[in-house]
Every structure is written in structure tokens, then in C-alpha cells.
Design a binder for this molecule. Structure first.
Ligand code: GAR
Length: 205
């Protein structure tokens, strides 16, 4: 079934771009019905506008790190009015709360720049580098009430190379992110995902 996506972001929007590219290439049966950013002037808004996708800044005040209260209600209202059935967190640097999860049950996805459950939270690629990991990567998962803790849909890994800096490692991870998010959404659109406890079954397996 064609997905109606609301994409939430705070920054550059390269993951949103990868989803747009997949849709435009005909490899993902979806439409982005709105893009919302919690940072005024975020580049993700500019990118969306370039593809004629309705996009706007929506304040999350007074909260700094979460989406709750009146701000949460505003986000839900705008997404519902746009006809969204699935929420895609794409570099949205806030914790979403149970109100949003209840409005879109099992339909909120996130991408995280680490192989969860390792390195939840911020600057995960730097955490992996500082820890001395030999591999790093990204995870697309359903969002639950915890932080970066929901059932995992897709993971992709990359080597950590000698001489890597946080920037070079993040760039390598992002190449995989741009494959992982469309891949996860393709599985969702095809109705191939079932959540069973902590696990996501693909085609019932
Ligand atoms: C991505 O690397 C994403 O995994 C990360 O922010 C970046 C956003 O890039 N998300 C998190 O760290 C969430 N905890 P983008 O704006 O270019 O898509």
C-alpha cells in the first residue's frame, strides 16, 4: 500500500533526500505528504521545497530536547491534516513521547547512526570511534517509548578505517543510511513487516 509519509528533521535532510530519490526513481511506493523541522531555516526544508513537498518549521518550545505538550499536539494535527499514515524521523534531534506514538501506532520509524543497541544517544559515530570499534553502522527501527530502543528493521555496517575522524566515519555511515531507510520503507510499504515482541519478522520469518 502506498505510504503517506510525514518526515521530521532538524538538519541537512540527506536521509529525506534518499527517500525522495527512491520515490522519484519508482523504487518506493510512497509519497511524502509533509516535512516538518524543529529548527528554523533547517536545510531539510529547502530540500523539500525544491521537490514541491509541503514543508514548514514548527516550534517545539518550551522544550529543548523532546516533543511534548502543545507542540506535540501541533505536530500531530499538521501530520494528520496532511494525510500522513507513517512518521519518518530523519535526523530529528528530539525524543518523541507517547502522545505521538499513540497517534501513529507502530508507524513511527527512526534512523540511528550506530549498530543499536550499541551507542544510543548523540554523536554515535564518534562514540564508536572513541570506543575502538572495528565496525560501525546504522539502524532503522520502529520507535517505542525508550531512546533508540525500538524493534530493529534494517541494519547496515561499515568498517572503521585507520585514520578515520568522526567526520570521515559519519560520511561512510551516511552512505549506508541512504540505502537503509528506503529499504526499510520498501518492506513496510509491501506489508512484509510484523512486530513480534522485540523482533521484526520479514514475511513472517
Ligand atoms: C543522520 O546521520 C542520522 O542517523 C542522525 O542524524 C543524521 C541526520 O542527517 N540521527 C541521529 O543522530 C538521531 N539520534 P540528515 O539530516 O542529513 O538526514
Amino acid at each position: 500500500m502506498k505510504l503517506k509519509l510525514a518526515v521530521l528533521g532538524s538538519g541537512a535532510g540527506s536521509n529525506m533526500q534518499s527517500i525522495v530519490d527512491a520515490i522519484e526513481a519508482g523504487t518506493l511506493d510512497a509519497e511524502i505528504v509533509c516535512v516538518l523541522a524543529d529548527v528554523p531555516g533547517a536545510k531539510i526544508l529547502e530540500r523539500a521545497a525544491r521537490h514541491n513537498i509541503p514543508a514548514q518549521y514548527l516550534s517545539c518550545a518550551p522544550f529543548k530536547t523532546k516533543l511534548e505538550g502543545e507542540a506535540e499536539e501541533n505536530y500531530i494535527r499538521v501530520m494528520k491534516e496532511a494525510g500522513a499514515d507513517t512518521v519518518v524521523l530523519a535526523g530529528f534531534m528530539r525524543i518523541v513521547k507517547p502522545g505521538l506514538l499513540a497517534a501513529f501506532p507502530n508507524r513511527v520509524l527512526n534512523i540511528h547512526p550506530a549498530l543499536l543497541p550499541a551507542f544510543p544517544g548523540l554523536h554515535s559515530w564518534k562514540q564508536a570511534l572513541d570506543y575502538g570499534c572495528r565496525v560501525a553502522g546504522c539502524t532503522v527501527h520502529f520507535v517505542d517509548a525508550g531512546t533508540d530502543s525500538g524493534p530493529i528493521i534494517v541494519q547496515r555496517c561499515v568498517p572503521v578505517e585507520p585514520g578515520d575522524t568522526p567526520e570521515t566515519l559519519h560520511a561512510r555511515i551516511q552512505v549506508q543510511e541512504h540505502l537503509a531507510y528506503p529499504e526499510a520503507l520498501r518492506l513496510l510499504a509491501a506489508g512484509r513487516l510484523t512486530i513480534e515482541g522485540r523482533r521484526v519478522l520479514i514475511d513472517g520469518r
